[in-house]
Design a protein. Structure first.
Length: 85
């Protein structure tokens, strides 16, 4: 198991985060794909169009958020084990 300090360094190295899911809206016969970004905010589903030039960066940000959640859980587990009586 990694140390809490190492986990915190890994968390600090995450450069971007975005909650939600990137979804295919439609594909054209010419092979072009259009995407939207779905998130839950204010008690409702929020959907916005994603321009083609922003798809890759949004994918990376969503992956960053998932990594953050995983690392935060690992951090909590590690610290909890350290403090067990």
């Amino acid at each position: 198991m990694r140390t809490p300090e190492r986990i915190l360094r890994d968390i600090a190295a995450i450069t971007g985060m975005a909650r939600g899911t990137l979804c295919v809206m439609r594909k054209t016969p010419a092979g072009k794909t259009y995407y939207n970004h779905q998130t839950w905010a204010g008690g409702r589903n929020v959907v916005r169009y994603v321009p083609p030039d922003k798809v890759q960066s949004l994918r990376a940000a969503i992956a960053g958020y998932k990594k953050f959640i995983k690392l935060a859980d690992e951090y909590a587990e590690t610290v909890s084990k350290r403090t067990e009586i």
